[in-house]
Design a protein around this ligand. Structure first.
Ligand code: HEC
Ligand code: HEC
Ligand code: HEC
Ligand code: HEC
Ligand code: HEC
Ligand code: HEC
Ligand code: HEC
Ligand code: HEC
Ligand code: HEC
Ligand code: HEC
Ligand code: HEC
Ligand code: HEC
Length: 402
């Protein structure tokens, strides 16, 4: 039965003391000097257990609203306060949409939503989220492997097209896949995990370097690996995971988007350049003629300027063989090219002048031929009939078109 009024007053006094001495955020405390009544009514709970449920930064609504008896019994064999349901059904009363989520017996086990009345650190009422993350590789030290099938029971999001990803291979499937252990090849053995972030290698907490290191444990033989450490992407914190979504195979090579789109997501300026009047026909939709950024840039390597796959003129000759020569009459200036080769006159991506030209008129030639300012003042020097073989000629010293 209900305790005597005197005891109640003492209890209330104790709570006022706790509140004024900074006790506002802890879970409900037992009330000193008051015997636990066997039964009570719902309206009275906070009288003895304080109003802490309303003082959290992140509230759990039913506790905040004083609906204590949705979860707690007013009476019971061991006294009041037992749970109305002993397992996750308690929570599923209201959170029906979590039916598939983490199917352990209860939802408030030590590492999960154990701040069930409210929290000052985490909106999901999960104190373990504040635990220090021990480091990607340390997180799983000493754990046993459980196999991907186990992971798939809980983590359906990560696995929609997992089976098509090369990473779902196991070493028994294919000799090119040594040490493959499905999910655990990257996240580490899951034996100590089962829902706690501390028991698994989580990329959400990994540093850029740690995260790349995971990939490079296997992809170390690729030609890009040593160079990769020195490229601009790595130096600016763009890692494997920014470009590859290893769980799926929605795009070739596990890319997060079709290759050009991927690059243009971050390189918005280049999107503008490729929209200019004349431009290299970068295009994902036409595999036959569509150029790819990666035909000129190596996203993994290229310590050199702009991570180009080859030095600049060599790069241009890969596709524009006719400009390579050797010519009987080579245009001496072009090789030296003010030190810039083809780029003396051409923009690599796009230009508002025809033919990717940096300037549309004779100014282009006058960059070097300063003595020709007065010479044949037509708009361009390569107009039909004149020096139109200026990239090099086998017939004419003056690059006339024969
Ligand atoms: C008259 C004061 C009083 C009222 C009213 C009261 N309780 Fe309690 N309750 C106590 C005390 C005192 C204890 C501590 C018993 C102990 O430490 O052995 C307790 C224990 C509990 C416990 C168990 C704590 C534990 O560690 O096992 C729960 C849960 C609980 N109360 C919930 C409720 C709920 C829900 C209500 C409202 C329906 C309620 N109480 C109303 C005084 C009260
Ligand atoms: C959403 C369900 C839910 C609501 C609502 C709820 N509780 Fe609880 N409460 C729990 C669970 C679960 C535990 C932990 C029980 C366990 O570990 O066995 C708990 C534990 C307690 C305890 C034990 C001490 C502690 O904090 O661990 C007290 C006291 C308590 N609740 C009081 C209340 C009071 C008072 C209210 C209303 C203001 C309330 N609860 C509302 C689910 C709830
Ligand atoms: C009486 C209904 C009710 C019960 C029972 C209940 N909850 Fe809630 N819970 C709510 C409401 C309402 C919210 C706020 C929903 C929102 O903001 O979308 C909420 C929010 C949460 C949140 C915050 C994260 C989020 O999705 O917003 C967690 C975590 C949570 N509940 C866990 C639990 C757990 C664990 C249990 C079982 C111990 C439980 N709840 C039982 C009604 C309930
Ligand atoms: C019983 C269900 C369950 C199983 C089985 C399970 N997990 Fe988890 N896992 C969870 C829950 C719940 C979380 C915490 C999610 C959160 O905090 O948002 C989690 C967290 C993670 C995280 C970190 C997420 C983050 O944001 O920090 C990774 C990575 C992970 N699991 C991978 C795995 C792998 C790999 C396996 C198989 C070895 C596995 N899980 C098995 C339920 C499970
Ligand atoms: C090839 C390495 C690799 C494999 C294999 C792999 N993952 Fe991941 N996982 C990652 C990376 C990288 C991220 C972070 C980036 C992202 O979300 O794409 C991640 C993210 C996650 C997350 C979100 C939490 C976090 O760490 O950021 C979960 C959960 C997860 N993976 C579960 C799984 C499950 C389940 C499997 C097996 C079906 C699996 N992973 C297989 C590399 C891998
Ligand atoms: C346990 C070894 C292992 C780890 C760790 C690993 N991979 Fe792989 N990866 C493979 C194997 C095996 C293949 C398939 C054979 C191949 O292409 O070499 C592959 C293939 C790939 C492919 C090519 C897919 C295709 O369709 O062409 C990409 C991209 C890739 N991995 C990226 C990553 C990234 C990013 C990480 C780090 C998050 C990573 N891998 C971690 C073993 C691994
Ligand atoms: C800036 C984006 C980007 C980053 C960062 C990146 N990749 Fe790639 N990766 C690509 C693109 C684009 C392709 C496709 C290349 C092609 O089509 O020639 C690719 C292809 C691959 C392939 C398959 C083809 C091959 O070269 O073997 C593997 C494996 C791979 N990447 C692994 C990695 C790993 C491991 C890392 C981190 C060390 C990484 N990638 C970082 C964009 C990136
Ligand atoms: C996640 C964002 C991101 C993605 C995706 C990305 N990049 Fe980058 N890239 C950067 C950042 C950041 C820099 C360094 C700052 C800058 O130059 O804008 C950079 C620099 C570059 C540079 C200049 C390198 C230098 O040394 O001057 C080139 C070239 C480049 N990226 C090409 C690519 C290509 C090709 C792709 C697609 C395969 C790509 N990037 C995808 C973010 C990205
Ligand atoms: C035909 C070859 C070619 C293609 C295709 C190409 N680039 Fe470039 N890109 C270059 C060259 C050459 C440079 C060096 C520019 C210079 O210094 O004149 C460069 C420079 C860059 C830079 C460094 C910043 C700058 O403008 O100097 C970025 C970033 C870049 N490219 C991104 C991209 C992206 C994104 C794509 C695909 C949408 C792409 N490139 C396609 C040849 C190309
Ligand atoms: C991977 C192949 C490839 C590389 C490398 C390449 N180009 Fe191109 N280039 C093309 C294609 C394809 C076209 C379009 C041809 C067409 O429309 O007939 C083109 C067109 C051009 C045009 C004419 C543009 C117009 O508006 O008609 C110029 C100028 C040009 N490229 C210069 C260069 C320069 C300079 C380089 C070196 C930085 C270079 N290209 C590297 C494939 C390439
Ligand atoms: C001195 C300026 C200049 C230099 C340097 C230069 N070009 Fe050009 N290029 C032009 C001009 C002007 C045109 C316009 C049309 C023409 O010549 O018929 C052109 C047109 C082109 C075209 C498109 C038309 C065609 O003839 O196919 C390509 C491709 C091209 N250049 C590639 C190159 C390459 C590759 C290099 C480096 C080896 C280079 N250019 C160096 C000025 C230059
Ligand atoms: C980067 C500097 C440079 C640029 C730009 C340049 N040239 Fe030249 N050009 C030279 C050099 C150097 C020679 C060789 C001069 C010599 O042998 O005395 C040369 C030679 C010539 C010759 C042979 C006649 C002569 O004076 O020796 C003609 C014709 C010519 N260039 C036309 C052009 C035209 C047309 C353009 C513009 C499309 C152009 N050049 C742009 C550097 C350049």
């Amino acid at each position: 039965m209900f305790a005597v009024a005197k005891q109640l007053m003492a209890a209330a006094g104790a709570l006022v003391f706790m509140a004024t001495s900074g006790y506002v955020n802890a879970q409900f405390d037992k009330v000193e000097g008051v015997e636990a009544p066997d039964d009570v009514t719902g309206a009275d709970c906070t009288m003895c257990h304080g109003d802490a449920a309303t003082k959290f930064e992140f509230h759990h609504q039913p506790a905040f609203e004083g609906k204590c008896t949705t979860c707690h019994l007013e009476t019971g064999t061991g006294g009041h306060g037992g749970l109305t349901m002993p397992d996750r059904q308690l929570c599923l009363q209201c959170h029906q949409d979590q039916e598939q989520h983490y199917p352990l017996a209860t939802c408030w086990t030590s590492a999960c939503h154990s701040d069930i009345h409210g929290s000052n650190v985490d909106a999901t009422l999960n104190p373990s989220r504040q635990e220090a993350y021990p480091g990607f590789f340390e997180a799983t030290t000493g754990a046993e492997y459980t196999g991907s099938e186990a992971c798939l029971t809980c983590h359906t999001d990560q696995c929609s097209s997992w089976k098509e990803s090369m990473h779902s291979l196991s070493d028994t499937d294919w000799q090119k896949a040594p040490n493959m252990r499905g999910c655990e090849s990257c996240h580490g053995p899951g034996g100590n995990h089962w829902g706690r972030k501390a028991g698994i290698g989580s990329f959400a907490y990994a540093s850029d370097a740690e995260s790349d290191a995971v990939c490079l444990t296997c992809h170390k033989d690729e030609t890009f690996a040593p160079e990769y450490q020195r490229n601009t992407h790595v130096k600016t914190g763009v890692g494997c995971v920014d470009c590859h979504d290893v769980h799926s195979q929605l795009e070739r090579h596990n890319l997060r988007a079709s290759a050009n789109e991927l690059c243009l997501t971050c390189h918005q300026n280049q999107r503008l350049e490729f929209a200019k009047f004349s431009h290299h026909p970068v295009d994902d939709s036409d595999a036959r003629t569509g150029l790819q950024c990666v035909e000129c840039h190596n996203p993994h390597g290229g310590e050199g300027r702009a991570m180009l796959v080859a030095n600049q003129d060599e790069l241009c000759f890969v596709c524009h063989v006719d400009k390579q020569g050797p010519f009987i009459y080579a245009h001496a200036g072009y090789e030296a090219g003010l030190g810039q080769g083809c780029s003396t006159c051409h923009d690599s991506h796009g230009s508002n002048s025809p033919n990717l030209l940096k300037m549309s008129g004779r100014g282009l030639c006058i960059q070097c031929h300063t003595d020709r300012v007065q010479h044949f003042p037509a708009q361009t020097c390569w107009s039909t009939g004149c020096h139109s073989d200026h990239h090099g000629s086998n017939t004419d010293y003056f690059f006339f078109d024969n």
